[in-house]
Every structure is written in C-alpha cells, then in structure tokens.
Design a protein around this ligand. Structure first.
Ligand SMILES: Nc1ncnc2c1ncn2[C@@H]1O[C@H](COP(=O)(O)OP(=O)(O)O)[C@@H](O)[C@H]1O
Ligand SMILES: [Mg+2]
Length: 265
C-alpha cells in the first residue's frame, strides 16, 4: 500500500529576513495507485508539496507520510521526474537510465534486462548508446521518465514533466503516460500548469489557491471518465471533444481565474 498522506501541512519560507507562509492547511491523500494532479497559480506551493513527498523538503508543521511511514528523506520507493530533465550529459541513454539501479546495487545482468525492458516500453530502443545532446527534447524527457520507471517505484512524483516540450511531443507523452498507467498502475502525484493535461491524465484534480497555497477544490475526474467511457478513445483530442471533458475543464478554469491576484491582468 503506497498512499501519500498530507496531514495539516503548513510550510513557511524566509525571504529578505521575513518569514512568509507558502502553504497552509494541506490535508490530502493520494490513494494507492491513484493518479492525482495538482493545478494552481504559479508560486502557490505545488513544487513544495511534491518535494515534501519526495523527502527533499519538510513541513513547518504537520506531517507527510507515504505508505503509512512519515517521510524523512528520499527513498527508492519514490521516484521524481522534474521539468528539467537533469540527465547526465556524459553518460549514454542506457547509463542514464541504469544509474539508479547501480546506486541501488542491482547486479549487471539484471540491470541490463530492466534497462532493455524500459527502453522498449518508452520507445527508446536503438538509442541506448546515444548521448543526451543527440536526442530531441521529447526523447530526453522520455529518458528521464524511463530512469524513474526502471526503478519500479511504488510512487511517481512528477513536477511539470512535459512543461518544456512542444505541443505535439507533449500529446504523444500524455498518451504514452496514460498507456503506462494502464499497464503498470502506480501512485502518481503529478503537477502541471495545463488544465487539459490534468483532466486527461488524472483520477482526481486538486485546484490550489494562490499563495499561501491551500486546497480550493478536489475534482473527481475518474467517475466522469468511467461514466462517459473516455477509455474507448485512443487519441487525446477525441477525449477533449467530449462534453463531459469540456465541462470539467471549464469548471477548473473558473476556479483558477478566481485565484488570480487582484493586480493580475
Ligand atoms: N527554498 C525556498 N526558500 C524560500 N522561498 C521558497 C523556497 N522554495 C519555495 N519558495 C517560495 O515558496 C512559494 C511556493 O513555491 P513553489 O512550491 O515552487 O510554487 P509552485 O511550484 O506552485 O510555483 C514561492 O513563493 C516560492 O518563491
Ligand atoms: Mg513549481
């Protein structure tokens, strides 16, 4: 069981010697094998939430637990994918993907097998010896995701992983992620700016308020997806064409607009 539970989480930061609240009253459970997306205005604390689940950041008060265990540091049960691919430029694709396995002490033969599996899964077969600079942005991001998947973590933490991709590559990656989520369901905390992406991918979408970030509303997408059988469509544009999809998307846009700062235009 690998749920992620935020209980009464608050986080303050300091800027110019003054302390300010970045997050407040965060009570949220990402259920085991649920795909949960967070959307919210920039600076509302989305990345901070994800970093707390990763064990890279800690609450000022309250607790974050994964699988019932309080998070005190990063662990092999949780893999993180950031927007900046952060691949090792001097390592090949296969070496980049296998890096975490080496760090975890997985033997060479087993490592080779798992890297080969994931290369196939992510449509990267044939590129194992290439270096990151020889790949397109979309392929580099696939390597970054492969590097997380190969560890077979119970929990995937993804912070705007498609933010740097062009629109077409992004769609391919979104469809790919849905396919992966069906083949190999994991507990996913996914942060995005893109409302359509959140509705397309997630079981539930959390809309956060502007800073100090609180949970404004949690939208249940999974029941709408099931009721309207979105899974019968292979292409994202066909899902996005459904009235039920448009309705959810518009609802979330309205919530987000309310979160604009009064001086935003
Ligand atoms: N280590 C830090 N030190 C000081 N301020 C921080 C730090 N990390 C984040 N912040 C601030 O906390 C707020 C939330 O940041 P972040 O979680 O990155 O928001 P988001 O990902 O939603 O854009 C922002 O105002 C940001 O500047
Ligand atoms: Mg962020």
């Amino acid at each position: 069981m690998s749920d992620i539970v935020f209980t009464n989480v608050a986080r303050n930061f300091r800027r110019d010697g003054k302390e300010f609240p970045a997050l407040r009253d965060i009570n949220l459970s990402v259920r085991d094998k649920e795909f949960l997306a967070i959307v919210g205005p920039s600076g509302c604390g989305k990345t901070t939430c994800l970093r707390m689940a990763a064990g890279l950041e800690f609450p000022t008060s309250g607790t974050v637990a994964v699988g019932g265990v309080r998070v005190t540091r990063p662990g092999p049960d949780r893999a993180v994918v950031f927007q900046q691919f952060a691949l090792f430029p001097w390592k090949t694709v296969a070496e980049n993907i296998g890096f975490g396995l080496v760090a975890n002490g997985v033997a060479a033969a087993e490592r080779a097998r798992r890297v080969a599996d994931v290369l196939k899964l992510m449509n990267l077969a044939g590129y194992e010896s290439a270096f990151p600079h020889q790949l397109s942005g979309g392929m580099q991001q696939r390597v970054a995701i492969a590097r997380a998947y190969v560890l077979d973590p119970q929990v995937l933490l993804m912070d705007e992983p498609f933010g740097a991709l062009d629109a077409q590559t992004r769609v391919v990656m979104q469809e790919e992620l849905v396919r992966l989520a069906r083949v190999n369901p994991r507990t996913v905390l996914f942060i995005t700016h893109a409302v359509e992406e959140a509705v397309y991918l997630a079981d539930r979408v959390v809309v956060m308020s502007r800073r100090p970030g609180t949970i404004r509303e949690i939208i249940d997408v999974a029941s709408v997806r099931a009721a309207d059988s979105w899974d019968r469509f292979e292409k994202i544009e066909d899902v996005m064409d459904q009235a039920s999809f448009v309705h959810l998307r518009t609802h979330i846009w309205r919530l987000l607009r309310e979160q604009q700062a009064p001086d935003d235009h």
